[in-house]
Design a protein around this ligand. Structure first.
Ligand SMILES: [Zn+2]
Length: 399
């Protein structure tokens, strides 16, 4: 009996012991898990190798997503192709970008494009009201472009110049009916033209380098004496004196071309020579409706290219055979004596209307030449009555 109890006790004790051991093992395992879950986070933070990867992959995925969205925004960056390049500049050759026309009149707007992308230019021009003015733009490779205008009816509108869809410039156009009053003031010169007597001596006074501040005074002197002259004008000087240019033509004088900017033509290429002449010709035609047909080369300098341009472009090269050197002496008395002592029948006299002393000397020269029996005519009139027929390419009046 005691032996059985003892065995039962041992058995019970063993079970209790096993239970205790079991609890201890399970407890240790749980403690171990707890330590692993909480305690291990600290050493892991100090371990760069485990902490770093998530940080380094994060920017990588960001840049990948940014790159992935770029193609969506990329078409936007192609926009500048349809916009004008930064260095497109336009210069309309009208001082105030306005033009007055009369009904039925045809005219031109000249403008210059300064750009490094001329071959990409898609220029166009149109009138804001075709009922007032029709505008026709002619594409050109040249730097100077033309828009041909026709005044259709009285009114106002604008001619707009575009590069692609971008408005570059606008020119205000006013169209009115032609004035009813004829200009009797201009008649004496026209009458004088009809009275040219080919059997009597004649000569041509020519004035270079203008128009200038004294040109109108010279026109007054010529008008008072019923005399005419020829003005060899420089293109860059026209804009400041457009009214004077119009007056020169209205009073029966002749306009010749003395190039756009007084460049010595023999230093230029053939194309540049043509442009030096043609730019002035277009400007004068636009202003006056008259197309100049004579050209005086600056310094009298010519070569084969100048002669070739003369033939191809149909203008005469006109020099001179009396040169009082007024630009050098700058003295009215000296100029008077030089001209009066060297003038002869059929001669072309070279002077410069940009000098005050020269214009001063004309107050005596012009009436005194007429008193000596000379008819003062334009160069074209002189050539018309000359016994020799003049042709383009020929240099008229070599020094
Ligand atoms: Zn000159």
């Amino acid at each position: 009996m005691a032996k059985g109890k003892t065995a039962a006790l041992i058995c019970t004790a063993s079970i209790v012991l096993l239970l205790v051991i079991g609890f201890i093992v399970v407890g240790m395992a749980e403690i171990s898990d707890y330590v692993r879950e909480t305690g291990t986070s600290a050493p892991s933070d100090t371990d760069g190798t485990t902490a770093a990867p998530p940080e380094s992959t994060s920017p990588a995925t960001e840049s990948e997503t940014a790159a992935a969205t770029e193609p969506v925004t990329e078409p936007v960056t192609t926009e500048p192709v349809t916009e004008p390049p930064l260095n497109v500049e336009i210069r309309v050759m009208l001082p105030d970008r306005s033009l007055a026309l009369v009904t039925g009149e045809e005219s031109e707007i000249l403008f210059e494009i300064l750009t490094n992308a001329a071959d990409q230019m898609l220029l166009s021009a149109s009138s804001t009201n075709d009922a007032v003015v029709t505008a026709e733009f002619t594409a050109s490779d040249a730097e100077v472009h033309e828009i041909k205008l026709k005044a259709v009816a009285v009114g106002e509108c604008a001619v707009e110049i575009y590069y692609d869809a971008e408005l570059l410039a606008s020119v205000a156009i006013t169209v009115s009916d032609p004035p009813e009053t004829s200009a009797p003031k201009d008649l004496p010169a026209a009458d004088f033209h009809n009275e040219i007597d080919p059997s009597k001596p004649m000569l041509a006074m020519t004035f270079d380098d203008g128009p200038g501040n004294y040109t109108d005074e010279l026109l007054d002197i010529l008008a008072e004496n019923g005399a005419r002259a020829t003005f060899m004008v420089v293109g860059t000087r026209i804009a400041k004196h457009e009214d004077t240019i119009k007056r020169i033509v209205a009073e029966g004088h002749e306009i010749g071309i003395h190039t756009w900017d007084h460049t010595k033509l023999t230093t230029l290429s053939y194309d540049e020579i043509v442009e030096e002449v043609d730019s002035v010709r277009r400007y004068i035609r636009k202003l006056t409706g008259v197309t100049p047909r004579i050209m005086r080369p600056p310094y009298g300098s010519t070569n084969d290219d100048v002669k070739k341009a003369s033939v191809n472009e149909g203008f005469l090269i006109v020099r001179w055979n009396v040169d009082p050197e007024d630009w050098k002496t700058r003295n009215a008395e000296t100029n008077y004596n030089e001209v009066m002592s060297t003038a002869k029948d059929g001669c072309i006299i070279l002077c410069h209307d940009i000098h005050k002393e020269t214009v001063e000397s004309m107050k005596r020269i012009i009436p005194d030449l007429i008193a000596k029996g000379y008819q003062l005519v334009t160069v074209s009139e002189l050539l018309e009555y000359s016994s020799t027929e003049r042709v383009p390419g020929e240099i008229i009046n070599k020094r």
